[in-house]
Ligand binder design. Structure first.
Ligand code: GLA
Length: 344
């Protein structure tokens, strides 16, 4: 019987693993394929992750608020579980993230007298956080997102208004890279941001990184978050972005890839399953995007998804748009979707 396969109808011969190629093995000559995970996801999707991915990122558990909730009190247990899983399975580990305006504890920015911390205090806290965290995972984490999302999206100034900028001054970014390099001279250090293909933002990212390089900052790569969708951005915009950033002579990592099945202005929350068009469009897009990535494998040295399978993604909990979004290559049952076959 020759019937078209529906989204959830993957033949069982394939589901038992026998005929399903490993995703990362399919890209063995190109780049590692990563997934962002938590210890809970490693519990629920461990076999899938061990088989199809060969790089991990902690979705949340290496962020400042998780690792140092109180000054000098470090909590590494959850992060260690992720690091241990990577080690057990011979996977790479990307560090995410050291300096960010979000998910960073308030105490970091507070002075002893309840007033805002001064530059000296804030930078000394930044240094001891980086020393401790990067030092702990030295040899295990091969690259760090040192600074995350420091650029302002709006027209106008280059840098985002944040407590880092306000209290420490513009060179806080350079300092973060210097401290990270001192803590682990072998780690590759990345600047990571989103909306990287939007021309104005792209040029700001280029400018920031170029200035860092001109000042001799130890930076080795740019992280393109790639929170895209099945319609946007265009392949041409992605290509232009890769070319532009690669012209700085740095490595590029795709750090947080997901392709939800909704366009930006599609606010529907009542869809129980994706339409055939959405499924096809996702397959076409993933295919085109990975074909493009492959053609840049000399500069593109890691491609990481911001999740592992459709049963868990941060996108499904996006405030105001709580709904299933089906952004990955594997469905809720951890079976390959049509887009998986497009990619391998
Ligand atoms: C940004 C951050 C990630 C994550 C996502 C949303 O992209 O870099 O760490 O918080 O937002 O999950």
């Amino acid at each position: 019987m020759n019937r078209k396969l529906g989204y959830e109808q993957v033949p069982s011969a394939r589901s038992n693993g026998a005929e399903i190629p490993s995703l990362h093995e399919a890209y063995a000559n190109d780049f590692p394929i990563g997934a962002a995970v938590s210890p809970a996801v490693l519990e629920s999707a461990g076999p899938l992750i061990a088989r199809h991915y060969n790089s991990l990122t902690a979705e949340n558990h290496m962020k400042p608020i998780e690792l140092q909730p109180e000054e000098g009190v470090y909590t590494f247990e959850m992060a260690d579980r992720i690091a241990n899983f990577a080690k057990e399975h011979g996977m790479r580990l990307r560090g995410h993230t050291l300096v960010w305006h979000n998910q960073t504890p308030d105490w970091m920015f507070e002075g002893k007298d309840g007033r805002p911390a001064d530059r000296e205090l804030l930078l000394s806290r930044m240094k001891s956080h980086i020393d401790t965290v990067v030092g702990r995972y030295r040899g295990d984490i091969y690259c760090w997102d040192v600074v995350n999302e420091a650029i302002q999206d709006k027209e106008g100034g280059l840098l985002r208004q944040s407590r880092w900028l306000e209290l420490a001054g513009e060179d806080y970014i350079q300092k973060a890279f210097e401290y990270a390099h001192a803590a682990d001279p072998d780690a590759l250090l990345f600047y990571n941001d989103y909306h990287e293909t939007v021309p104005a933002k792209r040029e700001k990212m280029y400018k920031l990184v170029k200035e860092l390089l001109d000042r001799g900052t130890p930076i080795h790569g740019i992280g393109l978050q790639a929170h895209w969708n099945i319609y946007e951005p265009s392949i041409e915009d992605i290509r232009i972005t890769i070319e532009r950033f690669a012209s700085l002579g740095l490595q590029l990592h795709i750090t947080e890839l997901d392709l939800p099945m909704f366009s930006n202005d599609d606010k529907r929350t009542d869809l129980k399953k994706p339409s055939e068009e959405m499924i096809d469009q996702q397959k076409v897009r993933y295919e085109e995007i990975f074909k493009l990535f492959r053609s840049y494998k000399d500069v593109l040295t890691n491609v990481t998804f911001w999740g592992a399978a459709d049963d868990y993604t941060w996108l499904d909990y996006f405030p105001g748009k709580e709904r299933k979004t089906w952004p990955f290559l594997f469905n809720d049952q951890h079976e390959p979707k049509p887009c998986f076959w497009g990619v391998v």
